[in-house]
Design a protein around this ligand. Structure first.
Ligand SMILES: [Zn+2]
Ligand SMILES: [Zn+2]
Length: 307
């Protein structure tokens, strides 16, 4: 069991980080061109909503929380005011820019929703994981439901990041051992192995290094045991393996033969700089391909791992 300390935030902005990654891995140029604009729009979205403060973070019930109930599980969606629509429009521009094949479907969605009074209904559907609402909005106007869901989900992420920043203080003294996010309950899109930072004897033993999971939704990072599947919690070492390429030994995809899920990992212990977890998964898409070729499913669906 471990504390929910978060780690220092990233030194660079997303734009700078993307350019550096693109230079390091020219073979993945297409990936950065397609999804980089989305990552930048998410960061811009966080700035766009800086003044938004129409929310109250719930108090954590230590008992429930430590049994694995995320902090936001009973929270009603806060009022996103007009900010949600602002982020939605900006995100849709980025998606169309990165993925020209979707541009026409995105512009149909934009045209249909422009006059819509309550864009926050879409946010609520995402918050409550009620895909039927999204589907019915799409059906009514003959829009692409999966693109609409992608846009609506991406547009809520800056709000989740903002809420997460405020929520960390509520849980920092509590224990969390689950593979999903202690704050919003989403599964991770990447794990980072980090150097041992504590004197905690439990973790000094064994292979060294701490495993930190990065939330695919709210950007929170939390620490979990290294020898457990974050999805099914299997600790059967014969079922937990990883795949990697010979050229890139600090990168790997962890797979579980018990539940057939996977997540990508960067071993940062020998790296001079900590990767930016918001964009690092883009550089690991070749591992998503490897895992999906062997019929494993990602723990968190992202725009870039729906192959
Ligand atoms: Zn989260
Ligand atoms: Zn598993």
């Amino acid at each position: 069991m471990k504390k929910n300390q978060s780690t220092p935030s990233n030194k660079h902005d997303v734009r700078t980080g993307l350019l550096a990654l693109r230079e390091q891995t020219p073979a993945l140029k297409n990936i950065f061109d397609a999804f980089g604009p989305i990552a930048m729009a998410q960061e811009d979205g966080c700035k766009l909503i800086e003044k938004w403060n129409n929310f109250t973070i719930p108090e954590a019930d230590a008992l429930r929380f430590e049994q694995g109930v995320p902090l936001f599980s009973d929270m009603d969606m806060p009022n996103f005011e007009d900010y949600y629509a602002d982020v939605f429009w900006a995100t849709s521009v980025a998606v169309a820019e990165g993925m020209p094949a979707l541009a026409e479907r995105v512009s149909m969605i934009r045209a249909d929703l422009q006059g819509r009074a309550d864009m926050n209904e879409l946010a609520k559907a995402v918050w409550e994981e009620d895909n039927e609402i999204i589907e019915s909005v799409a059906k009514k106007s003959n829009l692409d439901g999966s693109v609409l869901l992608m846009l609506a989900s991406l547009a809520i992420k800056p709000f989740m990041t903002r809420l997460k920043d405020e929520a960390i203080a509520k849980i920092e003294k509590m224990q969390w051992s689950k593979g999903y996010c202690p704050i919003c309950g989403s599964f991770p899109d990447i794990a980072l192995l980090k150097k041992q930072l504590t004197e905690n004897a439990e973790y000094m033993a064994g292979h060294g290094g701490q495993r930190w999971m990065h939330c695919s939704c709210c950007d929170h990072q939390w620490r979990i045991k290294r020898n457990i599947c974050p999805w099914c919690e299997s600790e059967d070492y014969s079922k937990l393996r990883y795949l990697q390429s010979d050229e890139r030994k600090t990168e790997r995809v962890d797979i579980c033969d018990n539940c057939k899920h996977y997540f990508v990992t960067i071993d940062t212990r020998e790296l001079s700089e900590m990767p930016d977890a918001r964009i690092a998964p883009l550089g690991l898409v070749y591992l998503d391909i490897k895992a999906q070729e062997e019929n494993f499913t990602p723990m968190a669906q992202t725009p870039w791992n729906v192959l």
